[in-house]
Design a protein around this ligand. Structure first.
Ligand code: GCU
Length: 420
């Protein structure tokens, strides 16, 4: 992402320069991964094991989230049947919960097609950044100040329209017969330490509660919850094929997409773009960013219990392959970038490898190899992986692969817009 890259540069550069940060494969310590299947030998036994792993992730990593609130309301604010020069139907939908923050969903569906599969993802800087469309309201609540890099309460500038278009590739998505649904993550909770009070979490505090308990959800949990609430809406929209919704996210929002997909099996596909530490990459490798870095620089992202693993990744009763396995037997795509060493591309690949026995147990092909592919040589089974050239970002190359993967998983018929 362009401005997140800007924003994160000082931190990233800091990490790379620190002498104790491992960015060299030869320095990765020897480690033993816990076995994702444990004692499980039959598909029938998997759901109980899955629940155990989910519970580990709830108590130790992301915290416990509430479910769908009873007072959730969907308001379709506007529908344009001929948006983007007639190529798309554009819907603006507000999802609200009585009091408090509202989520503003932007939904594009391919024009003239019956129920379309949809890619759903949170954005870093507002709906208006996804493509240059004057019909999209500017994000109003929070924006990141260009100079201070702090989140401030202010309407996003007009100049931000389409500023992240390269990361969404909306034209290609529509051409493949798919839709795109997006929500600004700041609508759910603004991303800074102390942002909690402006987001959805306080709506669920117990009487008298002001701070999260050690296993209460944190910001990533809140963002993932928002994705499930978006899915609640998508299930009601007749223009959407809700049985084929892919949840997508980049970086911290890739961690979020993995957690959303892990908890909510309505997502038929999960796409993690460079989610790195606390996402797809194996923590025990100690390569690149580490648990302590996450909990220090982003203390609001993970539940408080996660801090016990600072510098003690080898004590985790899980590792990231457990998180990935929670998507099985659904479709999973893990993507890395060669220049994004801090996310540990090899660690992301190895998580896919070590999660794959679960797909195989459930009768689906896992990643199928333990040899990391070369740059631009995607592997696409039910578990997919690629590493591309370049830096931490989402690019046209990434989307080309995700669209191809969706076509393979969901059938070429959908590309022509034919319904099932
Ligand atoms: C920081 C953070 C990463 C995260 C990334 C992002 O670099 O250290 O864990 O993935 O931000 O969200 O861009």
């Amino acid at each position: 992402m362009r401005s997140a890259a800007l924003l994160l540069l000082p931190l990233a550069a800091g990490l790379a320069q620190r002498p104790d940060v491992i960015l060299d494969e030869a320095k990765v310590p020897a480690y033993t991964l816990p076995d994702v299947l444990g004692p499980v030998r039959s598909p029938k036994a998997w759901p109980a094991r899955r629940e155990q792993i989910l519970e580990l992730y709830r108590t130790e990593v992301f915290g416990r989230s509430p479910g769908r609130p009873a007072n959730q309301i969907f308001t379709v604010e506007a529908v344009d049947q001929a948006a983007l020069g007639g190529r798309a139907v554009r819907k603006l939908v507000t999802i609200s919960f009585g009091a408090g923050p509202q989520m503003h969903m932007l939904l594009y569906l391919p024009a003239g097609k019956p129920a379309a599969p949809v890619f759903l993802g949170l954005s870093f800087a507002g709906n208006q950044t996804v493509c240059n469309d004057p019909g999209v309201p500017l994000a109003e609540e929070w924006v990141r100040d260009r100079d201070t890099k702090q989140m401030v309460k202010r309407t996003a500038p007009e100049s931000s329209r389409g500023s992240r278009a390269s990361q969404w590739q909306l034209d290609a998505i529509l051409e493949h017969g798919y839709g795109l649904a997006t929500i600004y993550y700041g609508d759910i909770e603004p991303d800074f330490d102390g942002g909690m009070k402006y987001g959805v979490r306080p709506l669920f505090f117990r009487p008298g509660q002001t701070e999260p308990a050690a296993d209460d959800w944190a910001a990533i949990g809140a963002w993932a919850w928002g994705l499930s609430r978006a899915m609640d809406y998508l299930e009601t929209d007749r223009g959407v094929d809700a049985r084929h919704v892919a949840v997508f996210g980049h970086s911290r929002l890739g961690k979020t997409a993995l957690w959303a997909g892990a908890q909510d099996t309505r997502f038929a596909m999960v796409i993690s773009n460079e989610s790195g530490e606390g996402g797809a990459s194996i923590s025990r490798r100690d390569f690149g960013e580490r648990t302590t870095d996450l909990n220090t620089h982003f203390p609001h992202w993970f539940c408080l219990n996660f801090r016990q693993y600072n510098g003690r990744e080898d004590q985790m009763p899980f590792d990231s392959h457990f998180l990935l396995a929670l998507t099985a037997p659904r479709a999973l795509y893990i993507a890395s970038a060669e220049g994004d060493l801090e996310s540990d591309p090899r660690g992301e690949f190895l998580a896919a490898v070590n999660a794959s026995p679960v797909w195989e147990l459930l009768g689906k092909p896992g990643i199928g190899t333990d040899r990391m592919p070369a740059v631009h040589q995607p592997i696409m089974h039910t578990v997919a992986y690629h590493i591309r050239a370049g830096k931490h970002d989402v690019t046209a190359y990434d989307w080309t692969q995700y669209l191809k993967f969706a076509d393979i998983q969901w059938g070429p018929a959908r590309r022509n817009g034919r319904s099932r």
